[in-house]
Design a protein around this ligand. Sequence first.
Ligand code: ZN
Length: 482
Amino acid sequence: MLLYNSMTHKKAPLTTHTPGHVEMYTCGPTVYHFAHIGNLRSYIMEDVLEKFLRYEGLSVNRVMNITDVGHLASDADTGEDKMLKGAKREHKSVMEIAQFYTDAFFDDCRKLNIKTPDVVQPATGLIAEFIEMVSGLLDKGYAYCAGGNVYFDSSKLKRYYVFNDHNEDDLAVGVREGVEEDTNKRNKNDFVLWFTKSKFEDQALKWDSPWGVGYPGWHIECSAISLKYNGEYLDLHCGGVDNAFPHHTNEIAQSESYLGHPWCPQWFHVHHLNTNDGKMSKSKGEFLTVSLLEEKGYDPLSYRFFCLQSHYRKALVFTWENLDNAQGAYQKLLKKIAALDEADTAVDDAAAAEFKEEFLRQVGNDLNTSMGITALYNVLKAPVGDGTKRAVLAEFDSVLGLSLLERAAALREKEAAQVSTAAADGCTVTGEGDPEIDALVLRRYEAKKAKDYAEADRIRAALKEMGVEVVDTKDGAVWKRV
Ligand SMILES: [Zn+2]
């Protein structure tokens, strides 16, 4: 497939170290709070990318970390510890917070049809590997100890600004309001590999190390986790665009210095989800979570559909109105699929292959998911049998992950269940599937037949009370809830 590479700023065919196989790494969540739907946009698009690669016939090993230690409020190693902040807020231990929000993250993923990566590694489970990598960087002269901490020495690199698109102003953390410059750093781009001294004396999770009792920096975890599970050559690294600097930049610095050769040639960055007030965050405006969407009556897959309608390299604006439109379009699509004839199982292989080729070409052009959605409509409109349509839709959905056939079947069942009939001599009752109401409507019919109009009116009034309207027809009665 053709993929935009944020390291080269070019769209190019994806290449892999081992032909036919992709080693893929995803930066996972920091589990101190619920993920907001902007975070989840990245995971949805990375999920489609992984599924597309598999659909193309490649094998994929996808690895993700869970950050449960070491991530400070500012990505540049300053500010409060995020996990500690979460624990204080909820009067729980850091490990309880980590477990709770890890489970919550995977619940959200399940609701959004995001497949769990092949390997999921919490940072706290791999401390020995982090220590080994930090020791290696010290041995090779890429790190130094100062003020009790171990720092990566960015002056030892030939090239640090690997993504080319950060200006000096963005990097001037020292002058940013409310952010204290770490005076132990020799160069402003140096970053912490291992903390023993920090302003958080109450840091809950600490481990012994050659440099004293402490905890790892945030960046080292991704390098070490990827090295352990992806091997020395990573093909494709994914994450939200806000991770490109300094997090990904620092990952590259550590990994390449440690390994002594180029590490990962291809970088996939998903852009922001914005609200009308700007970039979505946990601290500003309404805290938009999957649970909130559900509370407001939205199907989480409508949100997935919303994300797929636009390109991952464009900022996407979230409003409730936009989500309403996506939910409406998704429901309409499901209705169309529900109307296909299930009994038709004949598949026109030649037509199916043509559809598939077009889908691969469209979505394979830098993960153009909106063209993937268009491909769904094109299949539904095409002059081929329903069996072929259903087979092709199932294939496309293995990439798009919209549960199209399952949701359409559920819709069909719901519609079928809404129709019930009950019959008595000369009368058929049709309603929305409630035997108790069917029986009342029949009793009213019997009363009318026996000319007991008072009883018939009494029953009609009782039904009205229950919010049920009855319309008499020539064969009986039809009722509905109003
Ligand atoms: Zn990472």
